[in-house]
Design a protein around this ligand. Structure first.
Ligand SMILES: Nc1ncnc2c1ncn2[C@@H]1O[C@H](COP(=O)(O)OP(=O)(O)OP(=O)(O)O)[C@@H](O)[C@H]1O
Length: 781
């Protein structure tokens, strides 16, 4: 910081770079004025009270005579406090944080804010007021609007009839109102979905606002100053601040994130790199709210992720390592169902179609929209997963190794797409990657070292300078050798300790989308997935056909006349139904667990998800029962003419349907617990053996075995079937022996309805247990 006031002027480089930034100076005394930095034709501009020394002179006693300096270097602009008496504050995550003396901050970007003189000091005294600088783009100055609040009030929202319109999914139709009463100013949350924040603190109802407060609505930051609301009308990205992030595992013995502190500016495209096991994915999961068990906090434009996850999740896009698309849907259908899930309930079909087409265009997959996802290439599937997350237009976008498994050309193409999204779509993008080839497309790189230590953050060029090497690959080796000393050096170099002020607790419950509509969408989606997987659907329907034929082959002619063969057939019926049901569902949840997790972290209700499975399985099990019982009846010639109350066919049908459906419910429970299909399949023989052992046919049920049998489907299924065909009323094979009627098979309506009710209760209880167990999906690694 030794430069003199007469430093040589070299604006050519700055002009060449195309960086055109203006300063919007906000002063209560002077009003709002714009300073075009490009017209100074200097590469050092001093800021202060003394007009003879400073290019930008400010009329406030709280500002030092030479307070701060602007430096233009290599086309980038930096800002530093020059040891001023009252300090310079930078807006960090909704709060003003004091800058260190003589430390440059930059490169400056549109939307950055600096307060000269300190917040809270004599705010109402015009002679001593702090002056606010907002960095705005000279190329796009009209995108900043000023709304004077003299006698006006402004309704802010997405609807066209609002006074200030922010067209973003995170903004409600009528989101907030700002108004003046007497000499005071207030902001009111109009029952918005995602809330209103003043200086990073959630507003409940109405809150008074003061000079230079910030109001956050969706992704938009509004500054209140000079009785005016100042905001950018276009959507801005999110600034992300990490504060003292620590993650320990194995009962606190192992640290996998160590004191991570840094800030990612809005609209930056940032790569997290480092050796294997350095904690890259752990950091990404923490930043995206995917992992909630950590110390420290993450702030999105000043809003705490820990406290306000339910609000912030609507502006987070997260693409995990696994693809989060269904193989058996076309790309367009996949996007359609996701849009139905994520976009507001009152979004029209045309709006959904427009958004889908826009997203397809952004990720360059328009021509593949009608292709089944299973037929897309690896790179296209990755982009399809990105498209799914882009639908809700998230301001913050996380990707875990999106380039893994891609060839260098496809990888570079994807990196270009991401770079463009961050610059043209107002998104802040953070990704974990192992690639080193396309890192130059990133604005910044975060290098993680051993034990989750942040060793460096900066541009690719700065990284090479910091580590003293031309090769980014070499940095991996340097970190492997000595993470600690690099991390220590970086901590000293890191310009500002970015710790937002503590904010009050708040546990707001965001309004969720209609459960009925979600159930309808999920059921339609699941139905389409089943319909599109014809080989599997065929297998599900062929099973009852084959089993019915095989049972007919082994059935003797005296079935339904003689006790023993009838009992064997009924037992076989029950076991077949149980197997058919379990097979229907045992992989249905675990095979899509990565998608369930992602959707659950967003806005999926597990109840509607499980009920959608139940709805489609109801139809499948009805069809299977019809095939099974119908075909068996035809092959046998007939069933006994009467059941307990109606026809034997009808009652066998209901019993078999309840058997298959409750077994499907059992399969769904196992599928909700297991993390992958192989493990679930490995459990299925065990489930079946329990059913065989405790059905009451192979072994008599006494004591403990009887109690266990109460919890099996087979016992109630066999009991109901024996009841329907009046097993006790049939002749025995060996008539000389006296047989006592079995209480299990009493042939009467109360008994039959009782067993049916128990099977129905099974279905309900298994649904509840599935929902409870599936909650663990949020803890999946
Ligand atoms: N829940 C956990 N329990 C125990 N160890 C864990 C847990 N989660 C992560 N780890 C360990 O923490 C370290 C960091 O894991 P992480 O997946 O973040 O690494 P990474 O940098 O993404 O690695 P890679 O590049 O190989 O994917 C690893 O050693 C991993 O084994």
């Amino acid at each position: 910081m030794e430069e003199t006031y007469t430093q040589a002027i070299d604006i050519r480089q700055y002009k060449r770079s195309g960086t055109h930034l203006n300063l919007l100076v906000v002063s209560k005394k002077e009003g709002l004025s714009e300073i075009p930095l490009g017209e100074f034709h200097k590469d050092r501009i001093f800021v202060g009270r003394d007009a003879s020394k400073c290019g930008i002179a400010l009329d406030s006693k709280i500002v030092s005579s030479v307070h701060a300096k602007i430096k233009i270097e290599n086309g980038a602009i930096y800002f530093a406090d020059l040891g001023s008496t009252n300090g310079t504050y930078i807006m960090r995550s909704g709060s003003y944080v004091r800058m260190k003396e003589n430390r440059y901050v930059g490169p400056l970007k549109e939307g950055m804010m600096f307060l000269l003189g300190g917040k809270g000091k004599k705010i109402n005294d015009p002679e001593n007021e702090a002056i606010l600088f907002i960095v705005i783009s000279a190329d796009n100055a009209n995108s900043w609007k000023k709304y004077p609040l003299f006698d006006e009030e402004y309704v802010i929202g997405k609807d066209k009839d609002c006074d200030i319109v922010f067209n973003h999914p995170a903004v409600s139709h009528h989101h907030a109102r700002v108004y003046k009463r007497g000499h005071q100013f207030f902001v009111e949350d109009l029952n918005s979905t995602n809330g209103v924040f003043v200086n990073g603190v959630a507003v409940r109802g109405t809150k008074e606002i003061h000079e230079k407060d910030t109001i956050q609505i969706g992704l938009q930051l509004i500054v209140f100053s000079c009785e005016t609301l100042i905001c950018k009308t276009e959507t801005e990205g999110i600034q992300l601040t990490m504060c003292d992030l620590v993650k320990k595992v194995d009962g606190g013995k192992k640290t996998i994130l160590s004191d991570v502190n840094c800030t990612i500016e809005s609209n930056e495209f940032v790569a997290i790199v480092g050796g294997s096991g350095a904690g890259k994915s752990t950091l990404l999961k923490t930043l995206g709210g995917y992992d909630k068990f950590y110390e420290g906090d993450v702030f999105y434009n000043g809003i705490s992720l820990k406290r306000h996850y339910n609000v912030l999740k609507n502006i987070i896009g997260y693409v995990p390592q696994e693809d989060i698309v269904f193989e058996n849907l076309t790309l367009k259908k996949m996007l359609y169902y996701t849009a139905k899930m994520k976009m507001p309930d009152n979004t029209s079909m045309q709006e959904i179609e427009d958004r889908i087409q826009e997203v397809l265009r952004l990720i360059e997959l328009t021509e593949h929209q009608n292709t089944m996802i299973k037929n897309l290439s690896g790179g296209q599937k990755k982009r399809a997963s990105i498209a799914v997350e882009l639908l809700a237009d998230p301001g913050m976008f996380f990707l875990d190794e999106p380039t893994s498994g891609l060839d260098p050309g496809t990888e570079q193409k994807l990196m270009r797409v991401l770079n463009r999204l961050s610059k043209t779509q107002g998104k802040t993008i953070v990704m974990v990657t192992h690639t080193t080839q396309s890192l130059d497309l990133c604005d910044k790189i975060i290098f993680m070292g051993k034990k989750g230590r942040l060793a460096f953050m900066g541009t690719p060029e700065e990284a090479k300078m910091f580590f003293g090497t031309e090769s980014l690959i070499e940095i991996y080796n340097l970190l492997e050798e000595d993470t600690e000393s690099w991390a220590g050096q970086f901590d000293r170099f890191n310009p500002i300790p970015e710790i937002p002020q503590m904010q009050e607790e708040s546990v707001e419950k965001p309004k969720r989308k209609s459960a009925i509509k979600q159930l309808f969408t999920l059921t339609k989606r699941y139905g389409e997935l089943v319909k599109n997987d014809l080989p599997r659907l065929g297998l599900l329907m062929i099973q009852p056909i084959l089993i019915a034929i095989l049972i007919k082959v082994v059935a003797s002619d005296d079935v339904f006349d003689i006790y023993e063969p009838t009992q064997q057939i009924l037992f076989t019926f029950s076991c077949s139904g149980i197997w058919i049901g379990i097979f229907n569902t045992i992989q249905e949840v675990c095979k899509e667990r990565a998608i369930v997790k992602r959707e659950y972290m967003s806005n999926l209700r597990l109840t509607t998800y499980i009920l959608s499975k139940y709805a489609i399985q109801l139809l499948i099990s009805l069809a299977q029962t019809f095939i099974f019982v119908g075909l068996f009846t035809v092959l046998m010639g007939n069933l006994p003419s009467s059941g307990v109350k109606t026809s034997c066919f009808a009652e066998v049908f209901v019993t078999m349907w309840l058997t298959i459906y409750s077994s499907s419910a059992l399969g769904l429970l196992v599928s909700s617990i297991m993390k992958n299909g192989d493990r679930a399949m490995a459990v299925s023989p065990f489930l079946l053996i329990i059913q065989l052992l405790f059905s009451g046919i192979l072994f008599p049920l006494k004591g403990a075995s009887e109690i266990i049998s109460y919890f099996t489907v087979s016992r109630w299924s066999v009991e109901a079937l024996g009841n329907v065909v009046d097993l006790n009323g049939l002749k025995h094979k060996y008539q000389q022996i006296h047989y006592k009627p079995d209480d299990m098979f009493l042939h009467n309506w109360p008994h039959l309805s009782h067993t049916w009710l128990i099977l129905v209760a099974f279905i309900v209880v298994l649904a509840v247990l599935s929902i409870i167990c599936l909650r663990n999906v949020s803890k999946d690694r």
